[in-house]
Design a protein around this ligand. Structure first.
Ligand code: AP5
Ligand code: ZN
Length: 214
């Protein structure tokens, strides 16, 4: 399957992705994770992306389309993929559709993580991540076994620089202005499944499975 996960910051895209990936053996491409790795490694791409990311604004379409174009060439992505955090503008969606059309394929389903903005601040400010694996925790909703350390490796957890209430406001603004039109774009193609993302994680997983089996 070729899937897109769309939703505001903290809606659960990164939480549900590994579960979908394991069940359907798909490659998981998260532009936010790839950009954060580039920023940490201070690559030319990371240097260009850092300012926008710190402010909660979107990185330029050309940069992210380039990353995705490159990443989708991996053999593991040929049978199917989960795009988490891409496309985030209508221009990105059009470019993606062009890339797929060249390969004679198209998007099967867009999962729309629908949730009220008011819930997101608590989710974002309580999030802790294990950077090398991408495992995500929450102080209240998904606490690690020991505070501040990853369950599997015992390595320290960190908080994302953009996970503050102030930067969240800009990220939400970018979502409503630039990304919501992408949901509309795919709705016209009849491939959008709307998920109640405010439910507890396990219930959202059940909704994902329902959406993918229909
Ligand atoms: P990105 O990394 O994509 O961040 P985002 O879209 O803001 O999404 P998040 O990762 O914050 O949320 P999520 O839905 O994955 O939530 P999670 O599952 O972790 O992008 C970051 C930046 O990179 C952007 O601002 C932009 O600058 C740039 N960028 C990336 N892609 C781009 C693109 N295509 N174009 C341009 N720029 C781009 O959950 C959050 C927390 O809640 C966790 O602690 C989790 O444990 C908890 N939680 C999850 N589900 C539940 C639940 N059901 N109930 C209770 N708690 C839950
Ligand atoms: Zn994420």
């Amino acid at each position: 399957k070729r899937l897109i996960l769309i939703g505001p910051p903290g809606s659960g895209k990164g939480t549900q992705s590994p579960l979908i990936k394991d069940e359907y053996c798909l490659c998981h491409l998260a532009t936010g994770d790839m950009l954060r790795a580039a920023v940490a490694a201070k690559t030319p791409l990371g240097i260009k992306a850092k300012e926008a990311m710190d402010q909660g604004a979107l990185v330029s379409d050309d940069l992210v389309v380039g990353i995705i174009d490159e990443a989708m060439k991996k053999p593991s992505c040929q049978k199917g993929f989960i795009l988490d955090g891409f496309p985030r503008t209508v221009v990105q969606a059009e470019k993606l559709d062009e890339m797929l059309a060249k390969q004679g394929t198209k998007i099967d389903k867009v999962l729309d993580f629908a949730i009220d903005d008011a819930i997101l601040e608590e989710r974002i400010t309580g999030r802790w991540i294990h950077p090398s694996s991408g495992r995500t925790y929450h102080t209240k909703f998904a606490p690690p076994k020991a505070p501040g350390v990853d369950d599997v490796t015992g390595e320290p957890l960190i908080q994302r620089k953009d996970d503050t209430a102030a930067v969240l406001k800009s990220r939400l603004e970018a979502f409503h202005k630039q990304t919501e039109p992408v949901i509309e774009y795919y709705a016209k193609k009849g491939v959008v499944a709307r998920l109640p993302a405010e439910k507890p994680p396990k219930e959202v997983t059940v909704e994902v499975q329902k959406a993918l089996s229909s």
